[in-house]
Design a protein around this ligand. Sequence first.
Ligand code: LLP
Length: 414
Amino acid sequence: MIINLEYKNGELSWGEVKLRKIAEEFGTPLFVYSADEFLGRLKLLDRCADYRKLICFSLKSNSVIPLIREAAENGFGADVVSGGELFIAEKAGFSPKKIVFSGIGKTNEEIFQAEQKGILLLNIESESEYKFVKKLFSESGGKLNFGVSFRVKFEVELEKLHPYLGVGKKDSKFGLSEEEAFLLYEDAFKSKIYPNGLHFHLGSQIKDMEIFRKAVELAIRFLSKLKEKGIKLEWVDVGGGLGLDYENLTEPSFKDYADSFKPIADEGYKIIFEIGRAVSAPSGILITKVIRKKKTSAKNFLIVDAGMTEILRIPLYKAYHKIIPLTQGDSEQPFDVVGPICENSDYIGQNVLLPDLEEGEFLCVLYAGAYTSSMSSNYNGRTFPAEVIIKGNRFFLARRRQTLHELISRDQID
Ligand code: LLP
């Protein structure tokens, strides 16, 4: 559910703000976020998880600084996966002591950078990465300026997830098997590196809480095996992955989600959440304008000014996003809503029931705050769209539209 997004006198509004007004002022395609929805969701999880924890917002789902700054200012942490995201997190004001860093291909430089900044946890994903951390440890005289944790692949049934989104599987490139990780924990402990965290991330779009509960059982068994060896950790980073129903605009309850991890907290560990989508997707919409209407014998198309450059997740995962008009109409008929990009896969919705809109009218793509702007591209010479934030009853530009000059600014022309 998206709070306060509703039609008022036939015009779609978010709180007190009429969306048509923003679309006309800033142009389209345009991402619009509600800071209240975003922060409200983080605070809701915070209240539901009634145990010691740190909620780290996953910057890969959205990294628009004026939006994520809301999280930083309210004491939340950040989950990053690259030196770039680490840089963004710092600029947004996240304390390094609240930053966790995962990623299968962290470079030595990135690990070094994370050490310099003194982040909370580095989630190690391979033996080679561990070896570099060990080298860093000995070169710096037996101390490390970050917490060490290993990412473990607990084998839970993930078959129902999209093959690209179930990353905790045995044959995925991510993390370490329980056996591999156990040996590295032992080695680290013997070498006095003293790891203080365990990390797992099962995948994304998980709506069945049983999947999390199963992983929690396996994690507790693993933690007790470590304890038998004298290895007692402080943090258990349970990754992200809470899913949403993009068709009905509903989601599993945050309370049920938070309760799934309570057994780990009850064992005395502090929990880290790396939540992304469930916070950011419903906090954003994409507004797009109908450029052309094209009626053919096979189909009726609405050709709009947004496409796979702004919302790649539709063709990439055959994902569904609900599309509604900014102005309500009476009759409805099926349209394929397609982008202007030269690819057959460039569509936003197929057979969408919509009023018979005129060219120049606006459409709104819902649940567009996660993995959209952060995955956008300049393909077909398209400039990055503007992004606006609504906060209370005011709105402001968070990221301006990229200019044509910027599009070519990295090319050595003369
Ligand atoms: N932590 C790790 C280690 C991750 O790999 C991810 C997402 C998250 C946390 C956040 O997961 P979330 O709570 O957002 O599910 N582009 C895809 C989603 C890819 C997710 C990648 N990892 C999409 O558009 O659906």
